[in-house]
Write a protein that binds this ligand. Structure first.
Ligand SMILES: C[S@@+](CC[C@H](N)C(=O)[O-])C[C@H]1O[C@@H](n2cnc3c(N)ncnc32)[C@H](O)[C@@H]1O
Length: 302
């Protein structure tokens, strides 16, 4: 029996509701994406032509995509891309799938950077731990006169980063394969941004599919998830110019510890930004006097 777009949407919704695996977090959006891909049509098309009958080959394609999703494969891996902020990024198993919450920080990065740019007429920005490049490439697209350095440790991620860079035709981006900021000259950077790995290695809250499909290097950090955040706070102090900005994403329970570590390292103008669930997700701060840099603390007390 032939089925319409509307039939597939409603039947698949029932299938989702009956699925006993809550960690899959399936929604109507998953069905829509599979339909859009199988039909090679937009979301508007799905809702403009709900009575349209799906042909056999489209149905086979839909069923294969949807059963992959039901088996736990992330939608970004099924489609091979993820839309982040205003842009589409190629995604594979070697990088973190960009999270919607991370988009919140992009307008703030642009606002902070614009202020510095207007003062000094140029801007050197680092996106530390670039993964797919979703943060760094988005800001490079938005601000063609900023110089953006994408730092990434994983060679496999760098391969994808290069693809996303050339796809987005960004000439103001340089990719650097490095362990955090070790290859960056002291006192040379105006803004460091990072969404580092910040999940505790033994966390009980990690979704089993996130753990299975996304690289450990992009998720986990030692010291209860704080090791890389602390490392970046200390390292940024050296590479940032006086008054340079540091913008960090952190875990749901890490904001106080990040703030404490920033204060111990003489950062000033500390500002917290909330995510969609009112969790203290981002910390903005400014580097203070260059002369004090030798006093950097490792934040052992936090
Ligand atoms: C949480 S992911 C963020 C990816 C991307 N920026 C985003 O927001 O979707 C962290 C990234 O940091 C990289 N990374 C982990 N340790 C690193 C290190 N020591 N030096 C440089 N990059 C590192 C990981 O490979 C991963 O791509």
């Amino acid at each position: 029996m032939y089925k319409t777009i509307k039939d597939i949407l409603s039947e698949s919704l029932i299938e989702i509701k009956e699925s006993s695996d809550n960690s899959l977090s399936l929604s109507r959006l998953d069905i829509e994406y599979c339909l859009m891909e199988a039909l090679n049509k937009s979301k508007e098309y799905l809702y403009s032509y709900p009575e349209k009958i799906i042909d056999d080959s489209q149905m086979v394609k839909f069923e294969s995509l949807f059963s992959s999703r039901l088996s736990g494969k992330p939608m970004a891996h099924i489609l091979g891309y993820h839309d982040f902020y205003k842009y589409r990024f190629e995604i594979n198993q070697n990088v973190l799938i960009p999270r919607n919450e991370t988009e919140i920080i992009i307008p703030k990065i642009l606002e902070v950077g614009d202020k510095i740019f207007h003062k000094i007429g140029r801007l050197r920005v680092i996106d530390a731990g670039s993964g797919s490049g979703c943060i760094g490439i988005s800001i490079a697209k938005e601000r063609k006169n900023w110089d953006v350095l994408l730092i990434e440790k994983s060679k496999k991620a760098i391969k994808l980063l290069k693809k996303n860079k050339s796809h987005h035709l960004v000439n103001n981006v340089k990719i650097i394969n490095s362990d955090w900021l070790t290859s960056i000259q002291a006192n040379s950077i105006d803004m460091v941004i990072s969404n580092p790995p910040y999940i505790a290695k033994n966390s009980k809250f990690i979704n089993k599919y996130v753990d299975k499909y996304e690289p450990g290097l992009s998720l986990y950090s030692k010291e209860n998830g704080l090791f890389d955040l602390k490392k970046l706070i200390v390292a940024s102090r050296k590479v940032l110019k006086n008054n340079g900005a540091l913008i960090l994403e952190n875990g749901y329970d890490q904001s106080e510890k990040v703030t404490k570590c920033l204060k111990e390292n003489y950062y000033k103008d500390i500002d917290i930004i909330l995510d969609y669930n009112d969790i203290k997700r981002f910390t903005l701060s400014r580097n203070s006097n260059y002369e004090q840099k030798d006093n950097s603390q490792n934040c052992r007390s936090s």
